[in-house]
Ligand binder design. Structure first.
Ligand SMILES: Nc1ncnc2c1ncn2[C@@H]1O[C@H](COP(=O)(O)OP(=O)(O)OP(=O)(O)O)[C@@H](O)[C@H]1O
Length: 247
């Protein structure tokens, strides 16, 4: 059964139709890379999944629960419960600048789940170790490199035990030499069977790590396939033209 099921999703900003009947499914433990030209609606699609954008039509089902069904949203309480199962990692990290790394990790589970301090401390320690930042626990974000900030953001998302991780261009704001350390962490998560949807411009990473690559253009999902299918033998002319431009 699909863990994410999106059907006929529509979203406009004023007169601008950004999502035009987008439908797709993501299976448990699947890693899906979403690629496509700037402005094609990739971020809007991802943000809609966690209710950072409200759509104008269509359905989003996570496991068996609808965030929105045929344009009708579930209650705020229900939506909160569903979106809490997903973690989101943003292009610009979105860390709290006035909190240390440790407090960045512990704030949400403390407020949302009321977990005890000792449990939070051991969990944040383990996750900082996992992303290779044990020595940065007491540091404030402005003392970190972009790659370190993004690894903190990933650890922070993992603190909430998400079933699904969504990444919105996680390496686009980084200097090229810092992308590798972030991609390495994501690769490890993929190996641990985390379900992930990754909007990315990193074609090498998409090719190497994704189970499936989706090409999105002009508010629509044009085609999807394994990396070999999409990069090697794209069926659609638009996919071909896009890949010819960037590869
Ligand atoms: N809050 C908003 N208000 C008005 N227009 C918006 C808003 N957010 C996005 N858009 C517009 O929607 C379109 C799709 O934007 P979106 O960020 O989803 O595209 P994208 O494929 O992620 O692009 P990029 O690769 O450049 O990040 C763009 O034309 C953008 O200007």
């Amino acid at each position: 059964m699909a863990i994410i099921e999106v059907t006929n999703l529509k979203k406009s900003f004023g007169n601008l139709e950004v999502l035009k009947n987008v439908s797709f499914e993501v299976q448990q433990s699947e890693v899906v890379a979403v690629i496509g030209p700037s402005g094609s609606g990739k971020s809007t699609m991802l943000r809609s999944l966690v209710h950072l954008e409200e759509v104008n039509g269509g359905s989003i089902k996570i496991d068996n629960d609808y965030i929105v069904k045929e344009g009708h949203y579930s209650s705020v309480q229900q939506i909160k419960g569903i979106t809490a199962r997903m973690g989101m990692v943003f292009q610009h990290f979105n860390l709290f600048p006035h909190l240390t790394v440790q407090d960045n990790l512990e704030l949400a589970p403390k407020l949302v789940k009321g977990q005890p301090a000792a449990a939070l401390r051991s969990k944040s320690s383990a996750l900082l170790e996992k992303v290779g930042l044990s020595d940065k626990r007491e540091v404030y974000p402005h003392h970190l490199s972009g790659g370190q900030k993004q690894r903190v953001a990933i650890a922070r998302a993992l603190m909430m035990d998400p079933e699904i991780l969504l990444f919105d261009e996680p390496t686009s704001a980084l200097d090229p030499e810092l992308t590798g350390e972030v991609l390495e962490v994501m690769k490890r998560l993929a190996e641990e069977q985390m379900t992930m949807v990754i909007v990315t411009h990193e074609m090498g990473f998409a090719r190497e790590v994704a189970d499936r690559v989706v090409f999105m253009a002009d508010g629509q999902f044009i085609e999807s396939g394994t990396p070999e299918q999409l990069f090697g033998h794209p069926k659609h002319e638009r996919t071909k033209a896009f890949l010819n431009r960037i590869l």
